[in-house]
Structures are given as structure tokens and as C-alpha cells.
Design a protein around this ligand. Structure first.
Ligand SMILES: [Zn+2]
Ligand SMILES: [Zn+2]
Length: 151
């Protein structure tokens, strides 16, 4: 498996284990997935890894800062391995699709609060809500219902 992941784990003094490498690989290929999806992805490759092991790995990686946990209001917690840049997310109200949105100007401008009330601020969370292109295009019953497609 990728030695990048091994280096990331060592950099935060976490032991390199197969479940940890598997979770990092799953999140690299599938950003913004919920816990159940991470479990399914990891177990598809490594059937011997237990549900509990994946839970534990997600917590350890999140605590170590290798994985970011996001939870837009009204949705399950999602995980991603793109960390450290305080990027934002756009969420589809209809289907829950999530995409990354870079900070609008320069580096994490949203960390500069107009009034920090004396707090030491290290994160700002902005969620853009809307409708994704697929949902905006409307339902496509023919595509999902028809069994005698053109292919
Ligand atoms: Zn949608
Ligand atoms: Zn993201």
C-alpha cells in the first residue's frame, strides 16, 4: 500500500496498521463518505477488518488530524482526508451530495473573525446549501426504470 500513508501515520506517531492504511486509502478515493460507507469500502478490500476497528481508526485518525470530520446540519457525519486547508463544502439539499469549495480569497480568510471575543480561533465552518446539477436536472424515470436501455 502507499508509503505516503505510512509516512503520514508516522508523522503523527501512529503505528502503521492495515486498517489505518485501508481507511486512508478509502477516504482518498471517496471523500465525504459517512461511517457506514467507510466500513463497506474497507471491508470490501479487507474482509477481516471489523466494524469496531473502522470506528476506532476513524476516531484515531480524526484525533491525530489526518482525517477531518464534517457534519452538515441534518446529515450523518462524513469523513475526508483533505485536511489542514479549512476548505468549505457545498451540500445538495435534495440528495446530500457534497463537494469541496476552496476559500474564496487567499488562505483561510474566514479565520479572521471581525470580532474574536478573545477566543483563539483555529477553524471556521462554512456550509453552502443548494441543489446539485443532477437534482436540478430533475428526475429521469426512463433511465432508472427502463430495463431495455439503448446499450
Ligand atoms: Zn442532489
Ligand atoms: Zn472536503
Amino acid at each position: 500500500m502507499s508509503s505516503d500513508f505510512e509516512a503520514q501515520l508516522r508523522a503523527v506517531s501512529l503505528r502503521v496498521t492495515r486498517p489505518r492504511l485501508a481507511v486512508l486509502a478509502a477516504l482518498r478515493d471517496h471523500p465525504h463518505v459517512d461511517t457506514e460507507t467507510v466500513i463497506a469500502l474497507v471491508r470490501a478490500e479487507h474482509p477481516t477488518v471489523s466494524h469496531q476497528a473502522v470506528y476506532d481508526v476513524l476516531r484515531a485518525l480524526t484525533d491525530a488530524g489526518l482525517v477531518r470530520r464534517i457534519q452538515p446540519a441534518g446529515t450523518n457525519a462524513r469523513y475526508e482526508s483533505r485536511v489542514g486547508d479549512n476548505h468549505h463544502h457545498v451540500v445538495c439539499r435534495s440528495c446530500g451530495a457534497i463537494a469541496d469549495v476552496d476559500c474564496a480569497v487567499g488562505h483561510a480568510p474566514c479565520l479572521t473573525a471581525s470580532d474574536d471575543h478573545g477566543f483563539v480561533i483555529d477553524q471556521a465552518e462554512v456550509v453552502f446549501w443548494g441543489i446539485c446539477p443532477e437534482c436540478a436536472a430533475g428526475p429521469t424515470p426512463e433511465r432508472s426504470v427502463s430495463s431495455e436501455g439503448s446499450r
